[in-house]
Design a protein around this ligand. Structure first.
Ligand SMILES: *Cc1c(COP(=O)(O)O)cnc(C)c1O
Length: 338
């Protein structure tokens, strides 16, 4: 059987031999007692990279966002969030379900921004009829796009001027940093807190780090325990995160270059309606292509995509090499008969 190449997401990467070695060699202790040296190192290292006071290791970015939102907001408060943002739509409604925090979703423009006037109108006055608007969360990258320069500064300044705190869902913020030639700390600098996912393009099997001011991170730690995220010898996982931060950040550029090549290659097949690559993603708007049949055809050739389920997104990552792109080209030529 031919080895599969999987374009569904950058979450499908498997830890490399070297990452596994780093995990096997990790020094560990009980992280709930703060005694896991490798986890402590990952938290300190991430805080420094993101320019924040403290960091906290989480099993997932979903839990990191939730604990972060709960650390910023109390019961009956609300957070402003994009209508199609992960922290609103793709996290099971955790802030509402578990935090009694009301989301105030607002439309995301195609570039991922939320209109500033919409934010202003959504911030409630000090009136006992209203929830207390406490937090603005933004997502970067958004559908693979780095948020436009200048927007983040304006939006967070607007939030601050109304007494709101700010959180960055930066699950893929390293892609934004690499794509815009920015330091990760400057991508995060306008926000009080940020979540970084280690198991997307960075290639770790598990984990995320929440970073922010020390007192906020302290509150998030209590909530992490409540959520069942207080784990023990997490050094084996943190070691993968450290390996990822040390080795897999700058190489994201290769994923972005390959996404460019993929989108260029797709222009040979105009019916697929490929858009320009955005960091490590290419989106298709197919016209008259039977996508489930196309996806099944690709799958027989070891090419896994979400196309059959109406997911038009192709994602490049550590386990996608140039040959994988060539394999897609050959399969498309065969399928479209040219
Ligand atoms: C993947 C993702 C998350 C959640 O990450 P998990 O570690 O899978 O829970 C949160 N926000 C964004 C923007 C993401 O892409």
């Amino acid at each position: 059987m031919i080895p599969e190449v999987d374009f569904r997401s950058d979450t499908v990467t498997r830890p490399s031999e070297k990452m596994r070695k780093a995990m096997a060699d990790a020094e560990v202790g009980d992280a709930v007692y703060d005694e896991d040296p490798t986890t402590n190192r990952l938290e300190a290292m991430t805080a420094e990279i993101l320019g924040k006071e403290a960091g906290l290791f989480f099993p997932s970015a979903t839990q990191a966002n939730l604990a972060g939102i709960m650390a910023h907001c109390g019961r009956g408060d609300e957070y402003i969030v994009g209508q199609t943002a992960h922290a609103y739509r793709d996290e099971g409604g955790g802030a509402a379900v578990l935090g009694s925090i009301q989301p105030q979703p607002l439309p995301n423009e195609p570039e991922g921004i939320i209109d500033l006037d919409a934010i202003t109108s959504a911030i409630k006055p000090d009136d006992f009829h209203n929830p207390v608007t406490r937090l603005l969360t933004l997502e970067n990258t958004f559908n693979g796009r780095p948020l436009p320069e200048g927007y983040v500064a304006e939006a967070t300044e607007l939030a601050r001027s109304h007494g709101l705190s700010t959180h960055l869902d930066g699950a893929r913020m390293m892609n934004a940093a690499v794509a815009t030639d920015s330091r990760p700390s400057s991508v995060a600098s306008d926000f009080d807190s940020a979540t970084l996912c280690l198991s997307k393009g960075l290639g770790a099997p598990v984990g995320a780090v929440f970073a922010g001011p020390r007192d906020l991170v302290h509150r998030a730690k209590r909530i992490r325990k409540l959520l069942g995220g207080g784990m023990r010898q997490t050094g084996v996982l943190a070691a993968a995160g450290i390996y990822a931060l040390e080795n897999n950040v700058n190489r994201l550029r290769e994923d972005h270059d390959r996404a460019d090549r993929l989108s260029e290659m797709f222009t040979e097949f105009p019916e697929l309606g490929a858009g320009q690559a955005r960091t490590n993603m290419v989106f298709l708007s197919p016209d008259g292509v039977d996508m489930p049949a196309f996806a099944a055809f690709l799958a027989e050739r070891g090419i896994i995509t979400g196309a059959g389920h109406g997911k038009p997104r192709w994602v490049t990552h550590l386990d996608i090499d140039d040959e994988a792109i060539e394999r897609v080209r050959r399969a498309c030529k065969e399928y479209f008969g040219r």
